[in-house]
Ligand binder design. Structure first.
Ligand code: C2E
Ligand code: MG
Ligand code: MG
Length: 582
């Protein structure tokens, strides 16, 4: 608080013979002045003081100074006054904070007071210079309010631009940064790259290990990504397991290849979460300015398109955007529209591929494989439409049709007196998890009259490993109904063996990729291991995609029981397959 010069020299003030009266001095002072004696009685005030406190001229004289002090502070004021009289007698007092004056009408106002003692013929008096600081207080309050508001705003806008889980920039901030990077790229004639990154099978981590672990893994991924790029680059989280990285200054496309390689390598190191090592891979899509897009949204969108392409190409890889990818997306949308109508139009059909006993060479079963007789494009294999059907949810009604048709066909063949073999039907995750799945299977068997032992369901590991408790329950019910259960594409998923041993599984279908890798002399250690595991768990082992004699011989030597593949027979239309059964 500012100290103002104390009222002028004591001697001059009270001497009446120099032509300047004490009243003149009091009235000339810029502040309200209140003069009180040692007992605290007001002996004089100036006009400014009377106006400030709202009293009529002369009205204050003779009153205790405490009338000018709000009720609550009066006792304290008396104490201070006595103390002042005792110790500070000869020294002027400064002003204190948070002092209040009381007006005659009872209203209070903040004041600043300076006290100065003055010796007079009648003893020591104290002159209090009182200044109303309402306006200043008000301004201060407004300023601090403003400061608080600004800080709040800054915090809100920080939060609005950050992802809460990882603290990384979110989409809003990313869009800003990409915009700024484009401007700078134009000015300095360089490139930039946007990398769209999606973790592979993250949902599986969340489902099997819980969301808390999933969150910690995401944080670990966030810090790996940040560590893998330059400080001037931006790593943002879009939500879920999607991240977008801006490489703000790139000279050549090759620089992006190097950066993508670093990112992939950084993620590949095990992530320590809750004392366990978790492994993740990611699919990356890359769009480079300005060849793959001249504005922020096109760049991000095209990086996203390329990321989907990477997913379709077996995950765990990166892809640069190409214009053909967009064409694929358009095609995909058109496909989805047609797929909706395909059921009513009866455009689906099932092919059947034999499964044979490796020892006897006899056919011991068949797998039903869907085909789409597209009105324009001809016969389409499942890879061309099953992923779209899965994404759009259409796989549920389609799968329902497959199940019904396979059972109906098998029953028809049996009724015709053909060799009865179990038919295997592939079940997608969405179908398996759909409401009333068990009920539908039961009804289908009833309606078609097929004995349950002639129906085998093929489920992939990823289907099984999702919410394992629920899965185990459904599997037990299916088993109780008398169905057979097989794990499809075994070896490509994330199976936890301990779960797998608890499920009532009848057969493991070794994925074709392992069969393909059987080397002429060395065989395949993976197949050897799967076969011995199957035996110890009392499960049949079926080798998929068997195409050559070398493979057949190795499998026989390993005592693999069953096989399926072009070597024994390609998938055939129903009538052709019937001929085979006959
Ligand atoms: P999958 O269940 O693993 O089926 C085996 C696939 O391998 C079939 O492909 C079959 O034609 C092919 N294959 C069989 N032997 C050989 C061989 O010796 N060499 C090679 N290279 N391939 C062989 P397809 O019919 O194209 O089916 C592909 C996948 O589509 C299936 O893999 C299955 O996951 C899915 N799928 C097929 N039909 C259905 C269905 O009705 N519903 C569902 N949800 N998925 C289906
Ligand atoms: Mg299958
Ligand atoms: Mg398979």
């Amino acid at each position: 608080m500012t100290r103002r010069p104390k009222p002028s020299g004591a001697t001059g003030l009270v001497r009446e013979d120099d032509g300047v009266s004490a009243r003149d001095v009091l009235e000339a002072a810029p502040d309200a002045l209140v003069v009180a004696d040692e007992a605290g009685t007001i002996v004089r005030v100036n006009l400014a003081a009377e106006q400030l406190f709202g009293y009529a001229p002369g009205e204050l004289t003779g009153k205790p100074v405490e009338v000018l002090v709000p009720e609550v502070y009066r006792d304290a004021h008396v104490g201070h006054r006595l103390g002042y009289n005792r110790r500070m007698r000869r020294r002027p007092m400064g002003s204190g904070p948070d002092l209040y004056g009381l007006r005659r009408d009872g209203s209070e106002f903040p004041v600043e007071i300076s006290l100065s003692p003055l010796m007079t013929a009648r003893g020591t008096v104290v002159i209090a210079a009182v200044r109303d600081i309402s306006a200043r207080k008000q301004a201060e309050a407004e300023r601090s309010h403003l400061i608080r508001e600004r800080a709040l705003y800054a915090e809100i806008s920080r939060l609005a631009r950050r992802d809460a889980l990882t603290g990384l920039p979110n989409r809003t901030l990313l869009v800003d940064r990409v915009g700024a990077a484009i401007a700078s790229a134009q000015r300095h004639q360089h490139k930039l790259a946007v990398i769209f990154l999606d973790l592979d099978r993250f949902k599986h981590v969340n489902d099997s290990l819980g969301h808390a672990v999933g969150d910690r893994l995401l944080r670990s991924v966030a810090s790996r990504l940040t560590g893998a790029v330059r400080a001037s680059d931006t790593v943002s989280r879009q939500g879920g397991d999607e991240f977008v990285i801006l490489l703000s200054e790139v000279r050549h496309r090759e620089d992006v290849v190097v950066a993508a390689g670093k990112i992939v390598a950084a993620l590949a190191q095990p992530h320590q979460v809750d004392g366990q090592d978790l492994y993740v891979t990611a699919s990356l899509g890359i769009a480079v300015y300005d060849e793959d897009g001249a504005d922020v949204h096109t760049l991000i969108k095209n990086a996203d398109v390329a990321m989907y392409y990477a997913k379709d190409h077996g995950r765990d890889n990166y892809q640069f955007f190409t214009p053909e990818m967009n064409a694929r997306i358009v095609e995909r949308q058109a496909l989805e529209g047609n797929l909706r109508r395909a059921i009513e139009r009866r455009e689906f059909l099932l092919y059947y591929q034999p499964k044979v006993d490796l020892e006897t060479g006899r056919m011991i079963g068949a797998e039903a494989l869907i085909r789409w007789q597209h009105p324009v494009r001809g016969l389409l294999p499942p890879q061309r439409f099953v992923p779209v059907a899965e994404d759009s949810g259409l796989i549920v009604p389609i799968g329902q049709w497959v199940l019904h048709e396979a059972c109906r066909q098998a029953r028809e063949w049996q009724a015709a007196g053909l060799h009865p073999v179990p038919i295997a039907v592939n079940i997608s995750a969405l179908e398996f998890r759909s409401k009333n799945f068990l009920e539908r299977v039961r009804r289908t068997l009833d309606e078609t009259g097929l004995e349950p032992r002639f129906l085998e369901l093929e489920l992939t590991e990823s289907v099984l490993m999702e919410s394992v408790d629920e899965t185990a329950e459904v599997l037990r019910e299916l088993k109780a109904m008398g169905l057979r259960l097989a794990v499809d594409d075994f070896g490509t998923g994330y199976s936890s063996l301990s779960y797998l041993t608890q499920f009532p599984i009848d057969a493991l279908k070794v994925d074709q990729s392992f069969v393909r890798d059987i080397a002429p002399r060395d065989g395949s250690p993976i197949i050897t291991a799967v076969i011995s595991m199957g035996k110890s768990l009392n499960q049949r082992v079926i080798a998929e995609g068997v195409e050559t004699w070398v493979q057949v011989e190795f499998l026989r030597a390993q005592q693999c029981e069953e096989a399926q593949g072009f070597h024994f027979g390609r998938p055939l239309a129903a009538d052709q397959f019937a001929a085979l059964l006959g």
